[in-house]
Ligand binder design. Sequence first.
Ligand code: GTP
Ligand code: MG
Length: 202
Amino acid sequence: MEIRGATFVTSNTDVRQCPAPDRHEYAFIGRSNVGKSSLINMLTNNGKLAKTSSTPGKTRLINHFLVNNEWYLVDLPGYGYVKSSRESRKQFNALIRDYILHRENMVCLFVLVDSRHAPRAIDLEFMAWLGENGIPFAIVFTKADKLTARACRDSMAAYENVMLEQWESMPKTFLTSAESRQGREELLGYLDELNRTVDKFW
Ligand code: GTP
Ligand code: MG
């Protein structure tokens, strides 16, 4: 799929203030610092679209970006940001939950996990919660450039092993790097596929 343009639309702390749900959207979520904003910039060929930072907790709002004047990419705040206070963490979690459960035009949620890390409880529990609530999601492994291809494969296999203890089958998975742009075509291809499916209903 060709990206002809991407523009920032709004930042919100309240799902009710997000753009009207009259176009479909894809949201990116995952632990703080996993590379959500960087991936959005890589996909849209715009290094400055979503704000990135080496300090975790950069994205604290729900950010909507309009792509090709047709659909939205959504940059969500990271979960599990340890430095925030318990109160603000609770608020973030409520915000994320509210968005995921009530955003009717969200077609697929992309859960990002760092390729370098062994499966972590926080991510597995989050995905279990998505399953319980019937939220369609895919897994995106990030920062592949930091590992050898073999270590990436091992990392993905480790995830699969753990997940298949609880799930009947794996969700769709992607291996990406915002640095080397690995996985861009695959991910955009999948979005294109989903776009075609939802277009029929829209
Ligand atoms: P929050 O908004 O804080 O939740 O973080 P985020 O998930 O949006 O992460 P962000 O895109 O800001 O990236 C965090 C850090 O990881 C930055 O220093 C990025 O440059 C770096 N980073 C992100 N993706 C990649 C990647 O694919 N490869 C490498 N080497 N670094 C990356
Ligand atoms: Mg971010």
